[in-house]
Design a protein around this ligand. Structure first.
Ligand code: NAP
Length: 312
């Protein structure tokens, strides 16, 4: 490794920094000014924005290693154009992220967080069989928007709940259909059929705002929307309106746009939304695996070797 100067957006988790001995870590503020020909790599930990303007500050950059699979915060085309490889960590987080999708699906349909608040409150003085009725989960139709690596893991979990599955991608995925029994439908059919719509696409120009007023209007009023992809795939204002008016039943969000939402955002006041602070892959085991893979990508890039996974 002739040059091991790396700019990273810290503070990094211990599992990452412990693996980086031998690498000289420089502050992310270098991306804001000047030109830095001494830097060979960027390490992106918490989704910092990386665009062509930033890349132009690092004329000797060889690699960008991203901690995570989603790379919507990185202008991958601009990197590739400059001969910079971009690495990410797909696959190893499928299970944890699909588990989170199902956690949100169940919490939303069965009103778990609302119930928890009630069970702790002074108002809970007597059991009443008529209160807090939720929506069934088993046997209900699951709609997966984005039947990729994570989407397929979500489908596998639904099998145990006897849920018929419909899905939509731009391209039909017949292998996933054979493995999961999911049925390919168009976008509108998915929205109109599913009792639970789970969003698992990447954030791209095509998917930005994909779940907006029109899409929400096509969903059943009894349906729940689950988003474990990226916040901006869903139009926040349209979702707030749909939840407040009862146009859809509830939402479970691992991600929001913006993230975090302003503390006084009306969405945060609604009882029929369950929000996690972007915990999709946040298990000790998966985050350890992500640290190992992203650091391995970084070190390989510094040695000009092929990465474990590249995008672009
Ligand atoms: P993947 O394997 O690439 O799957 C993405 C799927 O989305 C593909 O099946 C793709 O099929 C489909 N898709 C892409 N554009 C679409 C469009 N315009 N309309 C409909 N379907 C579309 O990716 P993955 O590894 O499953 O990850 C998916 C995303 O999840 C990541 O990009 C990341 O942003 C997010 N994620 C979130 C967390 C979290 O912590 N919440 C954790 C991990 C990942 P086609 O190409 O055929 O359309």
């Amino acid at each position: 490794m002739s040059n091991s100067k790396v700019v990273a957006d810290g503070p990094l988790a211990a599992a990452v920094s412990q693996r980086l001995s031998g690498v000289e870590l420089l502050d992310w503020s270098l991306t804001e000014a000047g030109t830095h020909p001494e830097v060979a790599a960027l390490y992106t930990y918490g989704h910092p924005r990386v665009d062509g303007q930033i890349l132009d500050r690092f004329p000797a950059l060889q690699v960008i290693s991203n901690y995570g699979v989603g790379v919507d915060h990185i202008d991958v085309a601009a990197a590739v154009q400059r001969g910079i490889v971009v690495g990410n960590t797909p696959g190893i987080l499928n299970g944890a992220t699909a588990d989170m999708a199902f956690t949100l699906l169940m919490a939303t349909g069965r009103r778990l967080v609302e119930g928890d608040r009630y069970a702790r409150s002074p108002e809970f003085t007597v059991y009443d069989p008529g209160y807090m009725l939720g929506r069934e989960i088993y046997g209900q139709t699951l709609g997966i928007l984005g039947m990729g690596r994570i989407g397929e893991q979500i489908a596998r979990r639904a099998a145990g709940f006897d849920m018929p599955i419909v899905y939509h991608n731009r391209t039909r995925n017949e292998e996933a259909e054979q493995r999961t029994g999911a049925r390919y439908v168009d976008f509108e059919q998915l929205l109109g059929t599913a009792d639970y719509v789970v969003v698992a696409t990447p954030l791209t120009p095509q998917t930005t705002g994909l779940i907006g007023p029109r899409a929400l209007g096509l969903m059943k009023s009894t349906a729940c929307l689950i988003n474990i992809a990226r916040g901006a795939v869903v139009d926040t204002e349209a979702l707030t309106e749909a939840l407040a008016s009862g146009a859809i039943y509830a939402a479970g969000l691992d991600v929001t746009d913006p993230e975090p939402l302003p503390r006084n955002h009306p969405l945060l006041q609604l009882p029929n939304v369950t929000i996690a602070p972007h915990l999709g892959s946040a298990t000790e085991q998966t985050r350890e695996a992500m640290a190992a893979m992203s650091v391995e990508n970084l070190l390989r890039g510094l040695r000009s070797e092929p990465l474990l996974h590249t995008v672009g």
